[in-house]
Design a protein around this ligand. Structure first.
Ligand code: SF4
Length: 423
């Protein structure tokens, strides 16, 4: 729990973004009973709940729901996984079982409790969607029985037997701590280590050499993979699946803020009993019945959730803003909602909660937009982004090194429509 301007803020790690339907229901119920009733989705596929009192009992409820399995290791259970893994043919490996295995083995190693809370693992199923999202240590399959180890956003050159994939990630975390100790330096991430990632890769190779699955291979620099550009803003949105099988439905959550009612609906629709949070602040519902898909899509739209990849909400993000952040010069969440879907207004009684009207706005282009209450621009996505920064007297729109000052929300909305349409 952290102190924020609007009360206690709890962040709950959700390895692989995987929640059971009953956990999501309990989260929604506890967010309403103890906090603002909004579940914020983060770029690490974790969740946050705001407005909590010290004696709210929120943590005890989360622990009872199985969402706080390790008090010693809670901060470091940061694990991304491809959200659509196992749902379609785009990935070559179902990394679902590896998520649970990595989480369990991570929590079982007392020394790893010393990892910085910013350290991030990623399990990519071969589609390349999370391996390049700036994790410290990631696996990316390169064949049926082999996976590449990605360190700090670069191919380390190590090719690890699939059976050793989790061991390689744990070895990378231990190698990072060992490098910090021998150099007597402080760093939050592998990429911040003086001297680069090579010493970490060397330690991992040595650690795995005696593994029962066989030693890793080291490929020369010319054969190493290059970092891929980040996937499209918004992550998976819409239905995907295998012919003749069930479908997985990607659902975008406007501004990554899930109301308790929306969360209850997602839990109800989760046919497989599982809901997957994505690093793009959205949700995937795996295992849906094709026949029931139109009805599910209609109910989600009625609830203000988005399943149309052409929606103007795709790619729009915002920092906390007022009232949750004392530094903010504006209620950026409400302003972002007004600019994205005219007619969307904050819901009375729940500060910052928006009621989007998805159908009201035409698609205005694919350029990601990030709204921020001050120049720190917390939560800004990587890559080319139109920044909308509160100035105290309106907003400033920054794009490609150029700035435009907008005196009010109407001017800002018009300017954004122009740049998103690239006119
Ligand atoms: S960008 Fe500024 S206003 Fe927004 S959350 Fe960060 S510090 Fe607060």
């Amino acid at each position: 729990m952290h102190a924020a301007a609007d009360g206690g803020l709890a962040r709950i790690r959700v390895p692989g973004g995987r929640l059971t339907a009953s956990q999501l229901r309990e989260l929604a119920d506890a967010a309403t009973a103890c906090g603002t009733g909004v579940i914020e989705l983060t770029s690490r596929a974790n969740v946050q709940v705001r407005g909590l009192g010290e004696e709210s009992g929120f943590a005890a409820r989360m622990a009872a729901a199985g969402l706080l399995p390790s008090l010693t290791h809670e901060r470091i259970r940061n694990i991304l996984a491809s959200p659509l893994t196992g749902c379609d043919a785009a990935g070559t490996l179902d990394v679902g079982p590896l998520v649970a295995d990595l989480d369990r083995r991570l929590c079982a190693r007392p020394a790893l409790a010393e990892l910085p809370g910013r350290f991030l693992f990623a399990l990519d199923d071969g589609r390349g969607d999370v391996a390049w999202l700036d994790p410290d240590a990631a696996i990316l399959p390169t064949g049926a029985q082999e996976t590449a180890l990605i360190l700090a956003g670069a191919d380390s050159g190590l090719r690890v037997p699939l059976a050793s994939a989790v061991a390689a990630l744990l070895a990378a975390a231990e190698a990072f701590l060992a490098e910090l100790a021998v150099r007597d330096v402080h760093a939050w991430r592998i990429g911040e280590l003086p001297g680069g990632v090579e010493p970490v890769a060397t330690r991992v190779r040595i650690a795995l050499e005696t593994g029962s699955a066989g030693p890793p291979r080291l490929v020369p620099p010319a054969e190493r993979m290059r970092a891929e550009p980040p996937p499209a803003a918004g992550g998976p949105v819409g239905a995907v699946g295998r012919p003749g099988g069930g479908v997985a439905l990607g659902v975008a959550v406007p501004l990554g803020r899930l109301t308790s009612a929306q969360a209850e609906l997602l839990a109800e629709l989760a046919a497989g009993g599982e809901v997957r949070l994505t690093p793009w602040r959205g949700v995937v519902l795996p295992g849906l019945d094709r026949a029931g898909l139109p009805r599910a899509v209609a109910r989600l739209a009625d609830a203000g959730l988005v399943t149309d990849p052409e929606s103007p909400w795709i790619g729009v993000t915002a920092c906390t803003g007022r009232p949750g952040c004392a530094k903010s010069l504006a209620d950026v969440q409400a302003d972002a909602a007004r600019a994205t879907a005219p007619g969307a207004e904050p819901t009375a009684g729940t500060p910052g909660t928006i009621a989007p009207r998805v159908a009201d706005s035409p698609r205005t282009g694919t350029l990601p937009v990030h709204w921020a209450g001050c120049d720190r621009r917390c939560g800004r996505p990587r890559g080319r982004v139109a920044d909308v920064v509160a100035t105290g007297a309106g907003y400033r729109l920054d794009l490609d090194g150029r700035s435009l000052t907008c005196a009010d929300i109407e001017q800002t909305t018009a300017a954004l429509a122009a740049v998103r349409g690239e006119t």
